[in-house]
Design a protein. Structure first.
Ligand code: ACO
Length: 329
């Protein structure tokens, strides 16, 4: 068995900044309501001419540059997204073409906010078995193109932003490695965080093609909150236990940026200070599958992470799905 490690990261966010004050002009909300419930001050919304694959491409270019690899060495592309440019095929094949990575395997993973960790886990398995040596893993979203930007959709609309982040995983011959990944789901919560259409279930769309409200994400906020504050600490503890680590051994927890209050609840349950929990939600909002790679790439860019540091990534999202990855940097 081989081991895998992350050798470079990158990210890209749209230029278009939407502040809480901007939102209060198009829906009945306020800066105070949004900040007190979520910690978000502003987010980026992709304009009509910016697609998920565009953001993913920019993040990947930066990632390849930072990794100092020859792109020809990339064996596979895995993209976590629920807002692909088209219903099918996924963003991964578009990226293959844009990056000119000749005929490599490429596929999308639709595991919502957990999709980046799911993708890291898959890449790690391919590299461990020797089936692949170098994999480009991406989280990319323009989910705000789907949200209802009015008072009716305000509970969801104020939370989300757009962006992309990426990592190169390659075979490790040092102590740096992906130590473990743990993936979970509980499908009974399907309708607590979902977008019904377009889908092939005839109830979802085909019998009622003009019900546009089915084409926007819906959230049972209280149920999401209740489950998130349980599952995040649970899956982080699972990672610690699997690697015989104590929370004091961990330099940073990089959670999916769901909501600052959820991150605070994680810190409280794990009995750690918030300076151990990476957060950038105030400036980007919740960018779904892109939030973890953007947060991690920023921490790397700010030189907060050094070789040998233990980092735990953790996610919770639609499905419900939840996951963690323990990394020795
Ligand atoms: N601006 C102003 N008012 C709003 C907004 C808004 N954007 N959205 C909802 N409201 C109103 C509601 O209509 C409701 O009004 P009502 O009382 O007249 O019916 C009221 O605010 C509800 O406010 P609270 O009493 O604070 O509600 P609650 O305590 O249930 O909190 C919240 C709601 C903030 C959504 C909470 O459940 C929560 O934080 N959930 C987690 C949701 C989340 O963070 N999801 C992340 C995305 S999913 C993911 O990444 C996993």
């Amino acid at each position: 068995m081989f081991k895998s490690k992350i050798i470079g990261m990158g990210y890209s966010v749209p230029e278009n900044i939407i502040t809480n004050h901007d939102l209060s002009k198009i829906m009945d909300t306020s800066d105070d309501w949004i900040q007190s419930r979520s910690g978000i001050k502003e987010r980026r919304w992709a304009t009509d001419n910016v697609t998920t694959s565009d953001l993913a491409y920019n993040a990947c270019k930066q990632t390849i540059e930072n990794s100092k690899i020859n792109p020809i060495d990339i064996d596979m592309i895995i993209v976590g997204t629920l807002s692909s440019d088209y219903f099918f095929p996924g963003v991964s094949a578009q990226l293959q073409e844009k990056l000119n990575l000749k005929n490599v395997g490429a596929f999308d993973i639709k595991a919502a906010c957990s999709a980046f960790i799911y993708s890291i886990s898959i890449a790690d398995q391919f590299i461990r078995t020797g089936a692949a040596k170098t994999i480009l893993v991406v989280g990319a979203e323009t989910q705000t193109k789907l949200i209802e930007k009015s008072t009716e959709g305000r509970d969801v609309a104020v939370l989300f932003g757009d962006g992309a982040g990426a990592a190169i995983l390659t075979r490790s011959d040092s102590k740096s490695e992906i130590l473990s990944t743990h993936l979970h789901s509980d499908g009974k919560h399907l309708k607590d965080l979902w977008m019904e259409a377009p889908g092939t279930n005839k109830d979802s769309w085909i019998d009622d093609p003009i019900n546009l409200s089915k084409f926007t994400p819906k959230m049972n906020g209280r149920e999401v909150f209740r489950n998130a504050v349980t599952r995040f600490p649970e899956v982080i503890n699972e990672a610690l236990f699997a690697n015989d680590l104590d929370i004091d051994d961990v330099k940073y927890i990089v959670p999916h940026q769901a909501n600052y209050r959820i991150s605070e609840a994680i810190a409280k349950k794990l009995n750690v200070k918030m300076d151990k929990v990476v957060s950038n939600i105030h400036k980007y909002g919740n960018t779904t599958a892109a939030s973890i790679p953007i947060a991690l790439a920023e921490a790397v860019e700010m030189k907060k992470i050094s070789t040998g540091d233990i980092i735990i990534l953790a996610a919770f999202g639609a499905g419900f799905t939840w996951a963690s990855a323990a990394i020795r940097w």
